[in-house]
Write a protein that binds this ligand. Structure first.
Ligand SMILES: [Zn+2]
Length: 344
């Protein structure tokens, strides 16, 4: 591990903003800003149940996962053509590049679109073209297809079937949407099939759900990363397992704040996760809805919890270690990270 020199507190925000990092937990549909939703609605002639951008922004005052998901699915209704998916992904990738994100592993929810009659190919084509073009702005971007866990495993199998012709354009699968009442075991067979296909496996677990869901994601679904996972702190044996196996947790502080997983950022357990030796990372989840992209998550979390430069280095390094990038790319990212810290 690179020795991290002490950094005066007033210089920490600039370091957080400038350090290279990977984003491992971003739902591309959750990056849709109200302005783009209205622009796409106009382009596609879609009527929205909101008077305008400000009216839609006001509706973002949700207080739990379900009320958020209701607005999230309404926003996605403007996405119809390949170019719409491209524009959405490109808007995110430009913001990621500005936040010094070198690697982005982007979730997408095909069922949100195929259920509205949009073809799988349309979704994947637009998103994957944007990911390919992102190299131009210094971001290595890959796609992870997520199954909506409030739907059935049969529907997940159908989705996988539709996506397999485009297998070369996504690197893994995940599990998202309403967690409580939809334990990982529900998707054991479809994850086994994805594993046979050589896809990387991740799942949301332990956001609002109990530690038992994290155990099941690891032992039944055999995931390589846990998305969120903050409830793991309730279970010492689980914390030990996560630390020993270096299972990355893709933690999303501003999302946790907005969805009231923690009452305020100062009480977030990110420090506890890091101090226990976990491969915890910081991510934005649904940045248009939760009040901030990557650097906003870093800056606000550090300001609220008093994390220091050592934590910053570990978080950035964990993000590269926890990514599905090739070893040579990881080495390159970490060298750049070390150079930034050496100059700090
Ligand atoms: Zn998420």
């Amino acid at each position: 591990m690179h020795p991290v020199p002490p950094v005066p507190a007033e210089r920490l925000p600039a370091l957080l903003a400038a350090m290279p990092k990977a984003e491992l937990h971003i739902h591309i549909e959750g990056s849709l800003e109200p302005e783009l939703i209205f622009a796409l609605a106009r382009r596609n002639g879609v009527a929205l149940p909101y008077a305008g951008v400000e009216d839609l922004r006001r509706a973002y005052a949700f207080t739990n996962l379900q009320s958020f998901l209701d607005i999230y699915y309404a926003g996605a209704s403007v996405l119809l053509q390949s170019q719409d998916f491209y524009d959405m992904a490109w808007a995110y990738l430009e913001r990621a590049a500005a936040d010094q994100v070198r690697r982005a592993e982007i979730f997408f929810d095909p069922q949100t679109h195929t259920a509205r009659g949009v073809a799988m190919e349309t979704v994947i084509d637009g998103l994957s073209r944007a990911c390919r073009d992102a190299k131009r702005i210094g971001v290595d971007a890959e796609l992870i297809l997520c199954f909506l866990r409030h739907l059935s495993e049969e529907e997940a199998f159908d989705t996988l079937e539709q996506a397999l012709p485009f297998r070369d354009r996504f690197i893994g699968v995940g599990l998202d949407s309403s967690e409580v009442g939809h334990p990982p075991e529900k998707f054991a067979r479809v994850f086994a099939k994805c594993r046979q296909q050589g896809l990387h496996l991740v799942a949301h677990a332990g956001e609002e759900g109990p530690p038992a869901y994290v155990w099941a994601a690891l032992d039944v679904l055999k995931v390589e990363r846990i998305d969120h996972g903050v409830q793991s702190a309730q279970d010492p044996a689980l914390m030990k397992r996560l630390a020993q196996d270096r299972i990355p947790l893709t933690v999303c502080p501003l999302s946790n704040l907005k969805l009231c997983v923690f009452p305020d950022l100062a009480q977030h357990n990110i420090r506890q996760l890091l101090d226990a030796g976990l491969c915890a990372t910081i991510n934005s989840d649904d940045p248009a809805y939760f009040g901030g992209y990557m650097n906003a998550n870093f800056l606000q979390t550090f300001a609220a919890t008093g994390l220091d430069a050592q934590h910053a280095y570990r978080l950035a390094r964990n993000s590269f270690e926890g990514s599905f990038a090739e070893a040579s790319a990881k080495k390159r990212y970490v060298e750049e990270l070390d150079a930034v810290f050496a100059a700090a």
